[in-house]
Design a protein around this ligand. Structure first.
Ligand SMILES: CC(C)(COP(=O)(O)OP(=O)(O)OC[C@H]1O[C@@H](n2cnc3c(N)ncnc32)[C@H](O)[C@@H]1OP(=O)(O)O)[C@@H](O)C(=O)NCCC(=O)NCCS
Length: 153
């Protein structure tokens, strides 16, 4: 089951989103919290998709609308070519995708990602990504985006 948490969601679902974000953060140690239930509605229009297995949330993907964008080929990325992000009409960007360790490498992230793209009604060529990647995030992105991808922040 997938649960969407956005600014229309009730308190209980938002708290669930914050808690799984905290578990992810224990591993990833982002600067700030990934999500908080007090998050107010703004132009980012945060959409957090919780992946529930039995009754437990075991992973999630968080999307936001972002308006600074640049396209990269993997070749450009590998050569560390610096490209300025250009102001753009807002596009959906994948802020983070995370699964509990024991679920990884089973195709779950790809499955969730596809469901999210369908729900957001966007194609794989129109989604942005937030960087820098983690090592696993980069491996997944290389498998998911064959030649090029968009950075959107
Ligand atoms: C990134 C992450 C969500 C990928 O989840 P996942 O469920 O393992 O990914 P999938 O099983 O859908 O992987 C699809 C393909 O991506 C590639 N891939 C994914 N993780 C990989 C890894 N660690 N090493 C090499 N290739 C990898 C593989 O080609 C894989 O296909 P395969 O299983 O047939 O080989 C997961 O590793 C994770 O939660 N990591 C911690 C959070 C994180 O770093 N998020 C990214 C931030 S940028």
């Amino acid at each position: 089951m997938i649960i969407l948490v956005n600014n229309l969601s009730d308190h209980q679902e938002r708290v669930r989103a914050r808690k799984i974000g905290q578990i992810a953060n224990r591993e990833l140690q982002h600067d700030g919290p990934i999500y908080h239930e007090s998050e107010s509605a703004d132009s980012r229009d945060i959409h957090l998709y919780l992946y529930v297995s039995d009754v437990r949330v075991v992973g999630f993907a968080i999307f936001e609308k972002r308006d600074y964008v640049s396209k990269y080929t993997w070749d450009e990325y590998d050569k560390k070519i610096e490209k300025e992000l250009k102001e753009h009409s807002p596009i959906w960007s994948l802020g983070l995708i995370w699964f509990h360790k024991k679920y990884r490498k089973t195709g779950v992230a790809t499955h969730l990602f596809q469901i999210c793209l369908n729900h957001l009604k966007i194609g794989i060529n129109d989604i942005g990504l937030y960087t820098p990647f983690t090592k696993e995030g980069e491996a997944w992105a290389r498998a998911t985006f064959e030649k090029e991808f968009i950075i959107a922040k």
